[in-house]
Design a protein around this ligand. Structure first.
Ligand code: F6P
Length: 374
């Protein structure tokens, strides 16, 4: 028999995604409706690990007033962080070297000191691992999945993805006229880490000519061939959408940086690489646009707001029903709960024989597949 809940906390961790504020609002209002007190942790778990950095002590009371009018706002009113991962927390030793330490015990202890009965943790795959650890250490917890990348398995989709795809689509739409006017190749790099969902969906929606995704290793000569075919047809411009995690057959992903306290490498730079190779092979004027963090900003679409509100409300309902150590997941038409242990470490990739990839091919879009004849 689990204790009756009186106080819950929510944290938002990892890269921000449009819809986080909607989750915070839904958790706050649903919690208040049950007579619970709701608290928000600052900057992922930093508010608990370094409370001295905050005038408000790093954990704040969330009330109906505090979350009014935030559903449509991008970002997170609590702040977030994808640095200083609590399980790989960078600690500077007296000799100046950095050692990574696990501080999850401290997080659980501090939550208990604040008399928090249960935690709603909102985050992507990295945060999911932290949720698993906190739960294993005795914290009653429900995880809400978040990522613009759509790479989390066990949920059909998460909030943030629709907003990112919508913005990328508009960005590519806008490039058609300038590309056509100058007869140029435009290479558009989009986020997505090791999955090509954003590139695929925006590339198809915005009628790109070439889409390069991590799931289909590319051959740059096939990209050049497509550009030539279009030139021969009198189409002197080409739009290439490339996912940041795309790589040539036999090659590696382009890593922008690896930072201490951040287990993930930061991707970025494939757009420039692809463009340079296109220039060298085709001698065509080629420009690069990196959409980057623009995909994470701005107002969440109605679909993302709704998903986020549903996830937040479902987390609170789940806690009330006695769910623990689970992740809220979307299995259309409803949300359900899956054990965190089943969701951890499972990345959802674009199925290369799925109908969206087939649709792209039927429309004449090439993936420049290194391994097939096209
Ligand atoms: O996971 C979301 C995401 O936006 C990825 O698409 C991207 O690779 C990464 O985060 C960038 O993170 P940062 O906030 O460190 O720039």
């Amino acid at each position: 028999m689990t204790n009756k809940i009186k106080r819950i906390a929510i944290s938002t961790g990892g890269g921000d995604a449009p819809g986080l504020n909607a989750v915070i609002r839904a958790v706050t209002l649903s919690g208040e409706k049950r007579g619970w007190k709701v608290y928000g942790i600052r900057d992922g778990y930093n508010g608990l690990l370094s409370p001295e950095e905050y005038e408000d002590g790093g954990i704040i009371r969330l009330t109906r007033d505090r979350v009014r009018g935030i559903t449509h706002l991008g970002g997170t009113i609590l702040g977030t962080s994808n640095r200083n991962h609590p399980m790989h927390y960078p600690l500077e030793l007296p000799d100046g070297t950095i050692e990574e330490v696990d501080r999850t015990d401290e997080i659980v202890r501090t939550l208990w000191l604040h008399k928090i009965d249960a935690l709603v943790s909102v985050g992507g795959d990295g945060s999911l691992v932290i949720s698993g650890a906190l739960h294993d250490k005795g914290m009653r917890l429900i995880h809400v999945p978040k990522t613009i990348d759509n790479d989390l398995d066990k949920t059909d989709v998460t909030f943030g993805f629709d907003t990112a795809v919508g913005f990328a689509t508009e960005g590519v739409d806008r490039l058609h006229s300038t590309a056509a006017s100058h007869g140029r190749v435009m290479v558009v790099e989009v986020m997505g880490r090791y999955a090509g969902w954003i590139a695929l969906h925006s590339g198809v929606a915005a009628s790109a000519d070439v889409i390069l995704i991590p799931e289909i290793p590319y051959d740059i000569n096939k990209v050049a061939q497509k550009i030539k075919e279009r030139d021969d047809m009198g189409r002197h411009f080409t739009i290439v959408v490339v996912a940041e995690g795309a790589k040539p057959a036999g090659g590696t992903t382009v890593v922008h940086a690896k930072e201490a306290g951040k287990p993930d490498e930061r991707l970025g730079g494939i757009g420039e690489k692809v463009a340079a190779e296109i220039r060298a092979i085709t001698e065509k004027e080629t420009r690069v646009v990196v959409l980057g963090h623009l995909l994470r900003g701005g107002t969440p679409t109605a679909l993302d707001r709704l998903r986020a509100l549903r996830f937040g409300a479902a987390a609170v309902r789940g806690l009330e029903e006695g769910q623990d150590g689970v992740m809220v997941a979307l299995e259309p038409p409803n949300v359900k709960y899956v054990p965190i242990s089943e969701a951890i470490g499972k990345m959802k990739h674009v199925p290369i024989d799925g109908d969206t990839v087939m649709t792209a091919r039927d429309l004449g879009i090439t993936f420049a597949d290194a391994n097939t004849k096209e």
